[in-house]
Design a protein around this ligand. Structure first.
Ligand code: DX5
Ligand code: ZN
Length: 227
């Protein structure tokens, strides 16, 4: 296996009156992943949507559903989201009392398991669960809202995590970054070692297909130039 490089457009910034149509535009533009932000009004202040939305988009798209659970005790939702059609289920380390058990539960349900870390959360929380993790999500803003500014100190965190993973033998484990990624910040995170790039406002503001293909081009250039 080699490390995956992907754009994962976040539907949080989509026009929900045209959700199916906008997802199809992205799929036709060649975006392989779709980032789906679930918020419960408790772990983060806003409420977004849940498995009902995933279930209704699933039949119109073959994209890989990359579900980001910004919810307290996400273990409660594992089975429902697997049934709804989620492919990757990413939980926040800060939101799980029993992270190791939750990761096992996600795998038993047939989904891939991701772990997300808020900006202030140290990388050490990953130390004893790495063998159960399919992707690490580094939040590059504080979660809860689209359209925020990239936090510059996260560049060193991405670099530290990449080094840590490489040294521990996890060269292929992808780092996803989420928050404030656009044409001006994408090269910084790619150079630091991220390979799955979430973008919400940078994709959905303006020409969706063009925005997505411009960002995918930058990701592909990094992929072929070698990490
Ligand atoms: C933030 C969400 C993000 C958000 C990113 O809490 O997890 O996925 O939609 O939005 P942008 O790309 O606009 O920062
Ligand atoms: Zn997200």
């Amino acid at each position: 296996m080699t490390r995956i490089y992907r754009l994962s457009p976040s539907i949080l910034s989509a026009d929900f009156s045209k959700l199916g149509e906008q997802v199809r535009i992205l799929e036709d533009a060649g975006a392989p992943w779709l980032h789906i932000d679930v918020m419960d009004g408790q772990f983060v202040p806003p409420v977004s949507f849940g498995d009902v939305v995933i279930r209704s988009v699933r039949p119109v798209s073959k994209m890989f559903f990359d579900v980001h659970m910004m919810v307290t005790e996400p273990d409660r939702f594992v089975d429902d989201y697997a049934k709804a059609g989620a492919d990757m289920f990413t939980v926040h380390a800060e939101a799980c009392a029993h992270l190791d058990r939750t990761l096992q539960h996600i795998h038993e349900s047939g989904m891939k398991a991701g772990v997300a870390l808020n900006p202030a959360t140290p990388l050490q929380v990953l130390d004893y669960v790495l063998d159960k993790v399919d992707m690490v999500l580094i939040m590059t803003v504080n979660p809860g809202y689209g359209g925020q500014k990239y936090i510059p100190s996260m560049t060193a965190k991405i670099r530290d995590l990449r080094r840590k993973l490489d040294e521990a033998g996890y060269q292929d484990l992808p780092i996803e970054v989420d928050g404030g990624i656009n044409a001006s910040t994408i090269d910084t995170v790619l150079d630091a070692g991220a390979s799955v790039i979430v973008a919400g406002s940078a994709v959905f503001r303006g020409d969706i297909a063009k925005n997505a293909s411009d960002l995918m081009k930058r990701i592909h250039e990094k992929e072929i130039s070698g990490s």
